[in-house]
Design a protein around this ligand. Structure first.
Ligand SMILES: NC(=O)C1=CN([C@@H]2O[C@H](COP(=O)(O)OP(=O)(O)OC[C@H]3O[C@@H](n4cnc5c(N)ncnc54)[C@H](OP(=O)(O)O)[C@@H]3O)[C@@H](O)[C@H]2O)[C@@H](O)CC1
Ligand SMILES: Nc1ncnc2c1ncn2[C@@H]1O[C@H](COP(=O)(O)OP(=O)(O)O)[C@@H](O)[C@H]1O
Ligand SMILES: [K+]
Length: 466
């Protein structure tokens, strides 16, 4: 798990004030970190171009050119003339050793974007946009200095934003790198130290980035056990039973000792897999309930109240986010909510927290997750997306390990089964959500078929090899 920060300006300031480091020292380490990355990954036959802007991001780029000049064929391309104090100083240093300057972009093997970093806001003018468009068409390996130029503090991206293969980011991870919109621009991310260990540079934060290594799979250590030892997941089965069947099968594969589909209709006629049970009422030994997937309009609010009149752990998905009964369910303690953006917008509206469009939500995903969790601190929320956000009370986590392989109907049903299974096996709502989500994204990563071909059944099948 890695720490995430809204901004790192205050962390830099702490280095100056408490550790007696200077801006120059921090910047030299930033540039050294980038130089080491290039030296470790590329031979000195490579032609390198560094595009620089007028602020301290540009200054990082000019310092990098100085460090590489002599060993590599490196040139600077000034998109804007140096303006900040540090950019002017770095320019003087580079001039003193005759770092080559080119008047316009050329093909190269390695391209470094140091036009703007954390100081960028608004939109680029036409001239810079044209340069960026050209930069994006270069065939070179593309490195972004700190953040891809065009990525704003909020995580929103300018209309034209640099497409990096790798982002070498300074000091600590910024949350902005993990808004869904940024996912297509940042490439792989590495954090560079700024003259002190990252552990000392970083301060306390309640936002964390999940690593795949954080995944804890269900344990079956207890040998003196039987099916009842590993929980009983009840999946409420509505109008579209396929969704519930996939959820239930994922739950069974992920370790729940028993899984039962619960519903009114005689779904036994629907060729339900033999490993699943079917009942018209909640089994007495149920330990967790999954509800909402494929629910449709099969149950009235009152009928749902009957099924959910207990304090069992509960995972809520899909259709339930637009039903009035959700307001009562939010009062429960052991509840996990897994909306996709459209469902979350509906939830925000029903709870009267916000009346916004999906587009507005996507621009401020972090903000609205925090808003919801503050209003409903007893719930655990998982907001689906390219980068999944999990929040509970004042703790927030981002799972960036999913991919577009998962953009297919039924992926979310599998996720609710995974989380429901962990709830049934006794995990806390937050742990079940974190580990269910990590398992879900790892399943997609493990899938070796073509990216477009992953089905929910493939995900379920892969659970055995996690
Ligand atoms: N301790 C430190 O400080 C450390 C800082 N570090 C590095 O500094 C970076 C932050 O530097 P920063 O604060 O100078 O901002 P930066 O990203 O260069 O952007 C400012 C420039 O952007 C420009 N600009 C803005 N909006 C624009 C627009 N719409 N369209 C066009 N241009 C626009 C604006 O131009 P202006 O409007 O002033 O002409 C200004 O010149 C950070 O990302 C990291 O790389 C590291 O070395 C570690 C230590
Ligand atoms: N482009 C993507 N990158 C990463 N994960 C994705 C992407 N598209 C979808 N997902 C994930 O797939 C799941 C889709 O869930 P959902 O939209 O509820 O589907 P369904 O209701 O059809 O099962 C979510 O967990 C979501 O985070
Ligand atoms: K940049």
């Amino acid at each position: 798990m890695q720490k995430l920060f809204e901004e790192v300006g205050s962390l830099d300031a702490r280095c100056y004030e408490e550790f007696f480091l200077s801006e120059d020292i921090l910047m030299e380490h930033a540039a050294q970190g980038m130089a080491s990355y290039i030296k470790n990954n590329f031979s000195n036959n490579e032609k390198i171009i560094i595009a620089v802007g007028s602020g301290n991001n540009g200054a990082d780029g000019i310092a990098l050119a100085r460090l590489l000049h002599g060993d590599y064929n490196v040139s600077l391309f000034f998109v804007k003339e140096p303006k900040s104090h540090m950019a002017l100083l770095q320019e003087k240093r580079a001039q003193a050793i005759n770092v080559p300057i080119i008047p316009k972009l050329q093909e190269c093997n390695i391209f470094v974007d140091a036009i703007v970093g954390t100081g960028f806001d608004g939109e680029f003018n036409e001239k810079i946009t044209t340069v960026l468009e050209k930069m994006n068409t270069l065939e070179a390996f593309k490195i972004a200095c700190d953040v891809p130029s065009g990525l704003k503090k909020s995580g929103e991206c300018a209309q034209t934003t640099f497409h990096a293969d790798t982002t070498l980011t300074m000091g600590a991870l910024k949350k902005s790198l993990f808004l869904d919109e940024a996912k297509d621009y940042i490439g792989k991310i590495e954090v560079l130290d700024l003259g002190i260990s990252r552990k000392l540079y970083e301060t306390q934060t309640n936002w964390h980035l999940l690593d795949l290594d954080d995944l804890q799979l269900p344990l079956r250590a207890q040998q003196n056990s039987y099916k009842g030892s590993f929980g009983h997941l009840a999946v409420l089965c509505g109008e579209k039973p396929g969704a519930c069947v996939m959820s239930a099968l994922a739950g069974l594969r992920f370790g729940a000792g028993l899984v039962t589909l619960v519903g009114y209709e005689n779904h036994q006629m629907l060729n339900i897999p033999h490993s699943l049970m079917y009942a018209h009422a909640l089994p007495s030994n149920t330990t967790a309930i999954a509800c909402g997937m494929g629910l449709g309009v099969e149950f009235s609010d009152n009928e749902l109240r009957n099924f959910l009149d207990n304090d069992l752990a509960l995972i809520i998905d899909a259709d339930l986010f637009s039903m009035e009964v959700i307001l009562e369910l939010l009062e429960r303690k052991n509840i996990v909510l897994t909306p996709h953006p459209k469902e979350f917008v509906s939830l925000l509206k029903i709870t009267e927290l916000a009346d916004i469009s999906v587009e507005e939500l996507q621009k401020k995903r972090f903000f609205y997750v925090e808003l919801f969790c503050k209003a409903y601190p007893n719930t655990t929320l998982l907001l689906k997306g390219a980068n999944v956000i999990i929040g509970s009370d004042n703790d927030f986590f981002i799972n960036p390990h999913g991919s577009s392989k998962l953009a297919k109907g039924g992926s979310g049903d599998v996720l609710s089964g995974l989380i429901g299974s962990l709830l049934a096996q006794g995990k806390s709502p937050l742990d079940a959500t974190i580990h269910g989500s990590l398992a879900h994204t790892k399943l997609a990563q493990n899938y070796t078929g073509a990216d477009f071909s992953l089905t929910p059944e493939d995900l379920i099948q892969g659970i055995g090899n996690l």
